[in-house]
Design a protein around this ligand. Structure first.
Ligand code: NAD
Ligand code: ZN
Length: 253
């Protein structure tokens, strides 16, 4: 059986789904990926002569916030006029159609929640959620064009930053706890979409899936670290594959 009909057939007996997404799910929104085809990380050092991982590190933000902010601004500029795509929308629709659906995303663009999904673990945070590094000031800012770099807190004058996990920083405890709780409960089917899967907490649910006999699916036009491990590989773009799976599923029920 071809892979798309196989997945849509399997979904008929599923009550719970975990979607694990990466930069590739936002590629069809026009956002560049990091390590994939045409990724930002493929170019060597930044114009400041340092690797992008150093510029976007927590340590640099404290040492020289203007450097980190310069690259945060570049990422934000890529997102500025972009919005969620059909893949994010279908996942939000599936959340309403199944018993228990969660999304674990590495993306900081906020597109899953913008598309209407509610059970979203933004494990690397959200670029638009700004917070003061000293006091409790917080604000959601969708467009950074009006900010002076580095931006200062209107309350205390200290540097503000996006609520994202920079290189070398810990994952947010509350989000990691939610992820652990949900994975412990288990899911009938797991989808890895548009991620190279380099982080252990992205690969981790595979162990759970193997133990519980759940199905694992990867949607990615390229091969990744996960491709040899999953039960079903769909070598297609996220939006196209999910559109077909969702359509065939709805025809079957
Ligand atoms: P990655 O860039 O390492 O890998 C992207 C993957 O997506 C690749 O395997 C590629 O083949 C695949 N891909 C490309 N186009 C696709 C499409 N249309 N449909 C499905 N798959 C497609 O991304 P990652 O694994 O998420 O790791 C990158 C890191 O960079 C993460 O930490 C993330 O926080 C950050 N990041 C976030 C965004 C965002 O918020 N949109 C964008 C770039 C990077
Ligand atoms: Zn402050």
């Amino acid at each position: 059986m071809e892979n798309i009909p196989k997945v849509s057939e399997l979904l008929k007996s599923c009550r719970s789904i975990l979607f694990i997404t990466g930069a590739g799910i936002s590629a069809e929104s026009g956002l560049p990926t990091y390590r994939g085809i045409g990724g930002l990380y493929e170019s060597q050092d930044t114009e400041d002569g340092i690797p992008v991982e150093t510029a976007l590190a927590g340590e640099m933000l404290y040492k020289d916030p203007s450097v980190t902010w310069k690259y945060l601004l570049q990422i934000e500029r890529n997102c500025r006029n972009a919005t969620f795509n059909r893949a994010h929308q279908i996942i939000a629709e599936m959340e309403r159609a199944f018993n228990r659906v969660w999304v674990l995303t590495q993306n900081v663009d906020g597109f899953h929640t913008d598309a209407g999904a509610e059970h979203v673990i933004e494990i690397h945070g959200n670029l638009h959620h700004l917070k003061c590094m000293k006091c409790y000031w917080r604000k959601t800012v969708k467009d950074f064009s009006g900010l002076t770099i580095p931006p200062k807190c209107p309350k205390c004058g200290f540097i503000i930053r996006p609520d994202v996990v920079l290189f070398g920083e810990m994952l947010p405890f509350d989000k990691y706890q939610t992820l652990t709780d949900q994975v412990e409960k288990g899911f009938d089917i797991y989808f890895w979409i548009g991620t190279t899967g380099v982080f252990p907490y992205i690969q981790g649910p595979l162990v759970d899936a193997k133990h519980s006999g759940s199905t694992t699916v990867e949607i990615n036009p390229d091969d990744t670290l996960l491709s040899g491990e999953v039960d079903i590989k769909i070598p297609m773009k996220a939006g196209e594959a999910l559109e077909r799976i969702w359509k065939e599923y709805k025809e079957k029920i």
